[in-house]
Design a protein around this ligand. Structure first.
Ligand code: NAX
Length: 337
């Protein structure tokens, strides 16, 4: 029997493919644990409403003991009302002929208003995970429109990249994924991200004693960074179930803690994180993937994991891309200051 009060979980883009892979797992208790009932609020644009409504019917048909209610709306205000967790999955994809500025502009038009709605209507302890791409910059836009919500409550998903890196290392070392710890994904959720095994261990042994530099640079890094494109090529559609799985992992760990192990998440480099982010030479005011642990419901950046010169160059390039995206959004008038 559930022992806690229901938590409102808002999922945007609920009628899409990640939404379909995500919602049943939330309803079954995998997002917040077996004691917490959920109220699902599904947000869609008018074009996606029927798909979300169909999914809502199937959610009802699941007779999930933890599913308190499911509502579908195209109103951000209604969807974020009382939200304790907000999963921002819906975004404007890049279409043929679209320049980067057009993409950023189209997404700013989504994530700015959603940030404002979160600011005005969500629960005071809301946790936000942005999945929709460009995830880091979309999270920054949403956060900048929610001045009353602490910046550390807005995060971007790089857990799929992290999970991919863990899995590739485990396959190479011929061990179960549980034997791998300490992998880090640095930077942007894009092809410039840097999956780093410098501090990783395999069954307690440094990963670098097990795999060679050439494999890392020529196989591991490109495989992880371009895995999304590989999935599209092989499956004929972009990652959905693995992305939903990563979103579940991210929020579950955020709420329930990671213990001594660490993982990767796109978190603010400002506010309470400013000092830790600065210890890696990162500028304030970005959402950047970093090594993190969670305890007592808060992400903390793991410090003291210094990057070697190769890693450093990769991280700098990814951070430069984040800065570029931020400047482009600012030039379009979608960031204050
Ligand atoms: P789909 O196109 O299947 O679904 C997106 C849904 O969002 C559609 O139903 C659409 O109607 C809805 N939507 C669009 N604008 C909306 C708005 N303003 N409010 C509410 N709903 C809105 O895409 P899907 O495969 O589900 O992917 C969703 C997003 O996740 C994409 O931006 C994708 O690039 C991104 N991804 C991010 C990943 C990550 O690791 N951060 C990995 C997977 C995925 O590529």
């Amino acid at each position: 029997m559930p022992t806690r009060r229901p938590v409102t979980v808002t999922v945007t883009g609920a009628g899409g493919q990640i939404g379909y892979a995500l919602l049943f797992r939330i309803a079954s208790g995998q997002l917040l644990g077996p004691d917490t009932p959920v109220r699902l609020n599904l947000l869609e644009i008018p074009l996606g409403l029927r798909a979300a409504e169909g999914t809502a019917l199937e959610l009802i048909d699941g007779a999930f003991p933890l599913l308190d209610s499911v509502d579908v709306t195209d109103s951000a205000r209604t969807a974020f009302d009382g939200a304790g967790v907000a999963l921002l999955v819906g975004a404007r994809p890049r279409t043929a002929g679209m320049e980067r500025a057009d993409l950023l502009e189209a997404n700013a038009a989504i994530f700015g208003p959603q940030g404002r709605a979160i600011n005005e209507h969500a629960a005071s302890d809301v946790r936000v995970l942005v999945v929709g791409n460009p995830a880091n910059t979309n999270a920054l836009i949403a956060s900048s429109h929610a001045p009353d919500v602490p910046a550390e409550r807005f995060t971007a998903m790089t857990r799929l990249d992290h999970n991919r890196a863990v899995a590739q290392l485990a396959i190479k070392a011929e061990v179960p994924v549980t034997a791998v710890d300490g992998v880090i994904v640095w930077g942007n959720h894009s092809a410039t991200q840097y999956p780093d095994v410098s501090h990783a261990t395999v069954d307690g042994r440094p990963a670098r004693e097990i795999v060679d530099e050439r494999w890392l640079e020529e196989v591991f890094v490109p495989t992880v960074a371009r895995r999304g494109a590989e999935i599209i090529q092989v499956r004929g559609a972009s990652s959905a179930a693995s992305a939903a799985n990563a979103a579940i992992d991210h929020v579950y760990d955020w709420v329930n803690g990671t213990g001594d192990r660490f993982t990767s998440a796109g978190v603010t480099t400002g506010g309470v994180n400013a000092e830790a982010a600065a210890s890696y030479g990162l500028p304030d005011g970005l959402i950047c993937s970093l090594p993190v642990r969670s305890s007592r419901g808060e992400w903390q950046i793991v410090t003291g994991l210094d990057a070697d010169p190769v890693a450093h160059a990769h991280i700098e390039a990814s951070v430069a891309e984040l800065l570029d995206e931020r400047e482009a959004v600012r030039a379009l008038g979608h960031l204050p200051g």
